[in-house]
Design a protein around this ligand. Structure first.
Ligand code: 5GP
Length: 183
C-alpha cells in the first residue's frame, strides 16, 4: 500500500521505502563485516519485524538462519502495557549460538530489555541487537543496540511492518500517524 492511498490517516511520511532499503543495505554491510566468519542466527520479534527481517537478511551476502519469537507488549492502543509474555518461543536452541535480534522499533525499551535478558539466560555465544528505528527520547531503560537504522522523534509511527490496531503494516513507507486517528 502506498502512502498516497491513506488520505489524512498520516500526518507525514518519515522515511520512504527507498530510504529504508538503502539504510538496510548499509546495515547489512556493517553486520556482515562483523559476522562473515560466524554462523549468525537472526531472531525476529513478531509481528512488526517481519519486513525488516525480509529486507535485512537479503542484504547479507552469505548464509544465515532465522527464527522468530512473539511476545505481548502493546495492547490495541499506543501505550505499553508494561507486561511482557511469550506468545511464541524460539524453535532453536540458542546455547553457544551467535544471536542477532532483529527489531522494528525500540520505544521505551522495556520489551526488548526483557527479551534480551530472557535470551541471555539461554547462554548464547554472543547476543547483539539490530533495530530499524529507535526513539531516544522515549527510553526508560538503556539498551546496548549495536545496529540502529534511524533515530526518530517520540511520535507514533506506522508502516513497513508497524501497525496501529493491526492496520498499516503493509504500508511501504514509514509515517507518523495523524493524532486524530487515536485521540
Ligand atoms: P517498547 O517496549 O520499546 O516501549 O515497545 C515495544 C513495542 O511497542 C515495539 O516492538 C512495537 O511493537 C510497539 N511500538 C512502540 N512504539 C511504536 C510506534 O511508534 N509505532 C508502532 N506501530 N508500534 C510501536
Amino acid at each position: 500500500m502506498d502512502s498516497a492511498h491513506l488520505g489524512d490517516d498520516l500526518d507525514h511520511v518519515l522515511y520512504t521505502q527507498e530510504q529504508i532499503h538503502a539504510r538496510l543495505e548499509e546495515l547489512g554491510k556493517e553486520i556482515w563485516a562483523d559476522y562473515h566468519d560466524k554462523e549468525v542466527l537472526l531472531v525476529g520479534v513478531l509481528k512488526g519485524a517481519v519486513l525488516v527481517m525480509a529486507d535485512l537478511m537479503r542484504a547479507l551476502p552469505g548464509t544465515v538462519t532465522m527464527d522468530w519469537m512473539a511476545v505481548s507488549s502493546y495492547g490495541s492502543g499506543t501505550k505499553s502495557s508494561g507486561v511482557v509474555r511469550i506468545l511464541k518461543d524460539l524453535d532453536t536452541d540458542i546455547s553457544n549460538r551467535h544471536v542477532l535480534i532483529v527489531e522494528d522499533i525500540i520505544d521505551s525499551g522495556l520489551t526488548l530489555n526483557w527479551i534480551r535478558s530472557n535470551l541471555l539466560s539461554r547462554n548464547p555465544a554472543s547476543l547483539e541487537i539490530c533495530t530499524l528505528l529507535r526513539k531516544p527520547e522515549a527510553a526508560k531503560v538503556e539498551i546496548d543496540c549495536k545496529y540502529v537504522g534511524f533515530e526518530i522523534p517520540n511520535e507514533f509511527v506506522v508502516g513497513y511492518g508497524l501497525d496501529f490496531d493491526e492496520k498499516y503494516r503493509n504500508l511501504r513507507d514509514i509515517g507518523v500517524l495523524a493524532p486524530h486517528m487515536y485521540s
